[in-house]
Design a protein around this ligand. Sequence first.
Ligand code: DX5
Length: 226
Amino acid sequence: MPIRIAPSLMCADLLELARDIAELERAEVDMFHIDIMDGHFVPNLALSFELAAKIAACTRIPLDLRLMVDHPERFIDAVRRVGAASVSFHIESTTNPIRLARTLKDLSLQVGVALNPSTPAEALTYIAQEVDFVLLMTVEPGFAGQKFIPQVLGKVRAVRQMLDSFGPGKALQVDGNLSAEWASRCVAHGASILVAGTSSVFRDGVDLYTACRDFRARLSHADRGV
Ligand code: DX5
């Protein structure tokens, strides 16, 4: 499965967002990761559905919406209006995740379910077949610039094996402090989509184009399947 890079736009210079988007397009990133927060599921607020729709309208790069909200079923219409390619919600945030996954799939979106670091892989047992991808948080959700939680690596491998049992094609996304080193280790354990934040693409003193190229080059040495 190709390794895809998804810069997290909450880490971009929001006063120069159009410029940063153009630089990331030039670097040929694979998708833009858009964090939507509600101040409840996580104690923070990030980007809005309205801004996401404006971004979708001005770029050819597909958008990956990430819902860090309580009761995400409240936002189905807002998700539909964005024009994103994919959306993920947290399994800890809703009481009916299978119904929600099916409703979002009816919007012709790639649908993913996200797990907080302490949520076991077994939580996916009955929903993995309903989704196109799984997102494993490698930090507690809500803030950029945190430290990677190493014990999650074992869960990356377990979920990779679980997804492969349904046949090829289900992607495994990871998010949180993905430096080239941690990202390479996640790839080696089976990850295929890397949310890139302040420790990879949005690094102080490094322009976005160079940071993307450097990140992708360092990943290419990752030993897959160790
Ligand atoms: C945190 C967000 C991440 C964050 C990544 O909850 O979901 O996307 O922006 O930033 P770093 O790479 O700095 O952890």
